[in-house]
Write a protein that binds this ligand. Structure first.
Ligand SMILES: Cc1ncc(COP(=O)(O)O)c(C=O)c1O
Length: 390
């Protein structure tokens, strides 16, 4: 198992590499793709083997009997997160953006407010707005280099029209692993304002040594009647193209509402995603993941050390995720200028901060899940692009 291999993804319908020129003006010929959240690594061999068996059989009919799949999810949640999941509470969606959209439909009505703790994963706002709900941005201040929750300010912001809160746990961008106390703060806030909590935990397996993630159902059992937990194999094992995710709903009333939306849309999962996810949530998958996190830990160290040595740049210390959040405000430059230096001079495609909502204005997000040599090269390019500051 090596993560050092540089695999050419150009011309393979990779959004990350094949659309970066169109979106960021960075050519894949000499540019480095550090934006969308997938990794430049192969998934664990057990996932590849599962697909090869399906392909060798050569029959692609409807999938039946999801017992193995549900058992794999239960095994993973118990072994990695200490959480007993009831099989009946698991819904399979076409990924978690899809899961978010279904939750918005099931638990809110047009015109209702949906609370986001910003800056946060951009697709949440896109889905909320497309469904005719309004995005309520509760901004997180940065204290001691970390995003923090500001419940007093958020209490004052609520108008009574909010119905739902989407929690990103661990947080993207910035990589915070929320403490149990912080999660209980979210639960209390949701109770005060009568909000359904959708806890998107897609990054909860990508936690660095030293940090400890707690799944929301264990952190705050007192909100079981207003909680939806979502997670997936796709980020963890780099199989995002399989578009499969778990929406786990402990409460039977919420479950029935969600089921009504899913059934009304005639949604059923894709068999390839089911085969891949079942193979991934396994002891082999776990071993691969542990090795991955050690590799990413060193990428994180190399990236942060290099970036933080450039005057005016500050990389938020990641406790989880491979998505480094870099604040350029210390350069005193306007957004256009620092962005142009990163994209134009350094030829690096990184996500622009404002797409994550309030609080993202001075930042860019860099995906560090790529072979180490590219991280070293990216740091060198950034140093050169900002060399006049040194
Ligand atoms: C917090 C969060 N949720 C969901 C997704 C995407 O989920 P999916 O590919 O399952 O739709 C991402 C991708 O970066 C993410 O960061």
């Amino acid at each position: 198992m090596t993560f050092d291999e540089e695999i050419n993804r150009v011309g393979t319908h990779s959004v990350k590499w094949d659309e970066m020129e169109k979106l960021y003006g960075v050519s894949p010929k000499d540019g480095i793709a550090m934006w969308v959240a997938d990794m430049d690594f192969r998934p664990p061999a057990c996932v590849q083997k599962a697909l090869e068996e399906v392909i060798a059989h050569g029959i692609y009919g409807y999938f039946g009997d999801d017992g193995d799949y549900l058992a794999a999810i239960q095994w993973w949640m118990k072994n990695r997160h200490g959480w007993d999941v009831e099989a009946a509470s698991i819904f399979t969606t076409h990924g978690l953006v899809n899961g978010t959209g279904l939750c918005v439909q099931a638990f809110s009505a047009p015109g209702d407010g949906v609370v986001l703790m910003t800056p946060v994963y951009h697709a949440f706002a896109r889905v909320i707005k497309a469904a005719g709900r309004s995005v309520v941005e509760c901004q997180m201040p940065v204290v001691a280099g970390r995003h923090v929750m500001d419940f007093d300010a958020w209490d004052a912001q609520m108008t009574g029209t909010e119905r739902m809160l989407i929690l990103c746990s661990p947080h993207n961008p910035g990589g915070q692993v929320w403490s149990v106390e912080e999660l209980r703060g979210v639960a209390a806030f949701a109770k005060r304002h009568d909000l359904i909590v959708v806890s998107d935990e897609i990054h909860h397996d990508l936690v660095f040594p030293g940090a400890k993630h707690t799944v929301m159902p264990l952190a705050a059992p007192e909100i079981a009647d207003r909680l939806v937990m979502m997670t997936a194999t796709t980020k963890t094992f780099n199989i995002a193209g399989s578009h499969i995710g778990n929406v786990i709903i402990p409460d039977p009333v919420l479950r029935a509402k969600f089921a009504a939306v899913v059934n009304g849309l005639g949604i059923s999962p894709n068999s390839f995603g089911l085969f891949m996810a079942t193979a991934a949530y396994s002891p082999e998958g776990a071993e691969w993941l542990d090795a991955l996190m050690l590799y990413l830990d060193e990428n994180r160290r190399v990236f942060d050390e290099g970036v933080n040595a450039i005057p005016g740049l500050k990389s938020m210390p990641l406790e989880a995720t491979y998505l480094a959040w870099v604040d350029f405000s210390g350069t005193g430059m306007r957004r256009e200028e620092f962005t142009d230096r990163v994209q134009g001079a350094a030829k690096i495609a990184a996500n622009t901060g404002p797409s994550f909502g309030k609080g993202g204005e001075d930042c860019l997000r860099f995906n560090i899940a790529t072979p180490r040599a590219r991280i070293v090269e990216a740091v060198a390019r950034l140093k050169a692009a900002f060399s006049d500051l040194q």
